[in-house]
Design a protein around this ligand. Structure first.
Ligand SMILES: [Zn+2]
Length: 212
């Protein structure tokens, strides 16, 4: 496993001196060892206050939801994350401590961004998950759509409300989730919106698991 980082040309010597390696095929710098990621905070975090590094794999979490518009059941997706770094600003959290490694329960994220284009094409084709304009947010974002009537199944209703497939409060609900494991060739710097549910520990044990 390794992590590809975006290093501006002017900073290449600095990255190299910290131990970054050059991949001539991709024409990108990368970091080999997870315990060294923290040395590259500058390029991993950039100007952001917080980011994440997904490690090894993640899941597509498939659930069934009744469309508020046509009242028919439709398949909706979120993402399952289990093994990742939360990365914060070292000025606030201290060097090394600002890279917090999580590896226990599966938590459900409403978003992982960015995702590769070919993968997004599959999500659109298979799940009606694609970019739509939101009047409330005044921007386009990736969102679930009803498989029958194509109406947006908004994030708030899917991920914040109690009566949704992703709100796990019983073993029965966990059993209805289908998890498709997506292996990663490299660790991935992404933005995640994670819902931390107090019953998330039952997802790993009771959800149905498949390979994608
Ligand atoms: Zn519908």
């Amino acid at each position: 496993m390794s992590l590809i980082i975006e290093v501006p040309f002017a900073e290449k010597d600095e990255a190299k001196s910290l131990g970054a390696k050059w991949n001539p095929e991709l024409k990108k710098w990368y970091v080999e060892e997870r315990q060294n990621y923290y040395k590259f905070e500058k390029w991993i975090l950039g100007n952001k206050e917080k980011t994440h590094i997904l490690c090894d794999y993640f899941y597509i979490v498939e659930g069934t939801h009744i469309c508020f518009k046509c009242n028919k059941p439709t398949t909706v997706i979120g993402f399952g994350v289990q093994k990742f770094f939360e990365v914060y600003d070292s000025n606030e959290y201290g060097k090394k401590d600002n890279f917090y490694f999580v590896d226990d329960d599966i938590h459900i994220a409403s978003h992982i961004e960015p995702l590769p284009k070919d993968f997004l094409d599959i999500l659109k084709e298979k799940y009606n998950y694609y970019e739509s304009y939101s009047k409330t947010a005044n921007e386009s974002y990736l969102v679930n759509h009803c498989s029958n009537c194509k109406v947006i199944q908004g994030d708030f209703f899917l991920f914040q409300e109690v009566d949704t497939p992703f709100f796990i409060d019983s073993i029965e609900k966990a059993k209805q989730l289908k998890l498709y494991k997506i292996p990663l060739k490299n660790d991935l710097i992404v933005n995640l919106d994670i819902g931390w549910g107090s019953n998330d520990y039952i997802i790993d044990e009771y959800a149905q698991k498949f390979n994608f």
